[in-house]
Design a protein around this ligand. Structure first.
Ligand code: ADP
Length: 388
């Protein structure tokens, strides 16, 4: 990711447009926050979201534009082959992927059958909260197929022309991974759906002043879509995915295994109680767990630590803004927003107060507060659960 181009193309013009007294200084401060959010680490940057950039203080639309650019830059440069995985925490094969036993079994069979019959693997739709391993599974499937993977983000595909230009670049038998596939416009979904249905790419040709509709064969590929919100896909489009898999949360045991795996890749010695504490605070999310593992690795290198203990984990959590109750800054802000409107209110009002989208609040902040029994979802909205 080039921070300087983000600064000159998005951040600086924004501060200039609102008449900031010192747009250069403001852009520098924002750039530092972007780095703190992990945008310099390819594996983190590849799935960064607008809410991860909340600390920049920028409006949602600008954060979204930044997050999309950071993700696209990172995804375009991610290694798909296993290669040297020493510092790459993303698993490269099914054996390295923790959990998902049944899905891995189904996919192994499907991959072997597709190879034996020389037919393409059926399209796959992966759904579930972010950070649980959708990109990981997609890249592993491409690896296991020994196929090239093309990585796209749904919001890149807005018009039928985007689809045409994209399909013309596909390589036969490759895997096309579309992250946040629900970000595709309706028109783009319809065009891609027809390509998946007929195996042909519709084209409009201009001949002698007349427009003629024609079509050319589309390269046979396997499309793997990933979404946090499958209901936003058109039904016929969703139905074109022959395999669908919903990723659920990992057990504490699986999370500890992911933590141990990351620690061993990083060459980090971490006490079992320290891993447990880490797992208790990473919201059952491997992505957060890996972000913390990378930060612990920095701490270990910077302070020449021999081993990571519970105290080091406590220090790290504090540095990440966790409070005594174990709440993160955005969760505290949520609780404060709800208290400010009398302890209950609609999700839309809470999201507006937080300057976030309803789906982001619902998908990232609330889940944990509901699971911890701190708030309740009611027919009218959300309500704080008073503790006696
Ligand atoms: P998503 O695409 O759902 O947002 P990712 O696939 O980017 O999630 O996962 C985030 C990180 O968590 C990955 O880089 C990977 O290192 C780790 N991870 C996710 N799932 C697993 C798993 N099942 N086993 C091991 N590591 C995992």
């Amino acid at each position: 990711m080039s921070l300087s181009s983000l600064k000159s193309e998005i951040i600086f013009p924004y501060f200039q447009s609102i008449g900031d007294q010192d747009p250069t200084g403001a852009a520098d401060r924002v750039a530092a926050e972007i780095l703190k959010a992990g945008a310099g680490v390819k594996q983190v940057a590849a799935s960064i979201q607008a809410e991860d950039l909340h600390e920049t203080g920028l409006p949602l639309a600008i954060r979204k534009a930044l997050a999309t650019r950071i993700r696209e830059d990172a995804i375009a440069t991610i290694e798909v082959t296993t290669g040297d995985t020493r510092k790459n925490l993303r698993p490269g094969s099914f054996d390295d992927v923790i959990g998902h036993k049944d899905f891995k079994g189904l996919m192994s069979n499907a991959i072997t059958a597709a190879r034996k019959q020389s037919v393409p693997l059926r399209h796959i739709l992966l759904s579930g909260p972010r950070g649980l391993g959708k990109t990981t599974l997609a890249l592993v499937i491409a690896n296991e197929l020994k196929a090239k993977a093309r990585l796209l983000v749904g919001s890149q595909l807005r018009t039928p022309v985007d689809i045409t230009q994209e399909v013309l670049q596909w390589e036969k038998s490759s895997v096309v991974f579309i992250d946040e596939i629900h970000g595709m416009s309706k028109a783009a979904q319809e065009t891609l759906y027809s390509v998946m249905e007929d195996g042909r790419l519709p084209l409009t040709e201009k001949r002698k002043g007349h427009q003629t509709k024609t079509s050319v064969p589309a390269p046979t590929v396997t499309i793997i879509g990933a979404t946090t919100n499958p209901s936003k896909l058109l039904e016929p489009f969703r139905n074109r995915f022959g395999s669908k898999y919903e990723l659920g949360f990992y057990s504490a045991e699986e999370m500890e295994k992911i933590g141990q795996r990351s620690a061993s890749i990083l060459g980090l010695t971490i006490e079992p109680t320290a891993i447990q504490k880490l797992v208790e605070h990473c919201r059952d999310n491997p992505r957060t767990l890996n972000e913390f593992s990378l930060q612990l690795n920095d701490m270990s290198v910077a302070q020449s630590l021999l081993s990571i203990t519970v105290n080091h984990v406590s220090e790290l959590l504090k540095l990440n803004g966790y409070d005594e109750q174990g709440l993160r800054p955005e969760e505290r802000r949520y609780m404060e927003a709800l208290k400010a409107i009398g302890g209950s209110g609609s999700l839309k009002t809470i999201a507006e107060t937080l300057d976030m989208e309803v789906s982001e609040v619902e998908g990232t902040i609330e889940q944990w507060l509901v699971r911890k029994g701190m708030i309740r979802r009611t027919s009218k909205g959300r309500k704080i659960i008073e503790r006696s």
